[in-house]
Design a protein around this ligand. Structure first.
Ligand SMILES: [Zn+2]
Length: 81
């Protein structure tokens, strides 16, 4: 279950989200917003979702069916611990 947080709020995410990918058109034209503030969000992924991304999956859902997030092709980032 993916999570949308901006890079600032990403420092307060649960530990299971160990890396992130960028949504399409991040940051200027992205429609994905952080769940905690109004900044553009990135898509935080669990280890299992990171493996799915490596296998070609680009659409990830959260813990409800309200919306899904579409990642771009830039790859996995894990700069924030
Ligand atoms: Zn935020």
């Amino acid at each position: 279950m993916a999570l949308s947080r901006c890079l600032k709020c990403g420092t307060r995410k649960p530990d299971k989200y160990s890396a992130y990918v960028f949504p399409i058109s991040y940051p200027e034209n992205s429609a994905l917003i952080c769940g905690l503030c109004n900044n553009s969000g990135v898509i935080w992924l669990t280890e299992e979702e990171q493996e799915a991304y490596r296998s070609g999956q680009r659409i990830f859902g959260g813990d409800t069916n309200v919306a899904k997030f579409k990642a771009d092709e830039q790859g996995i980032n894990n700069l924030i611990k």
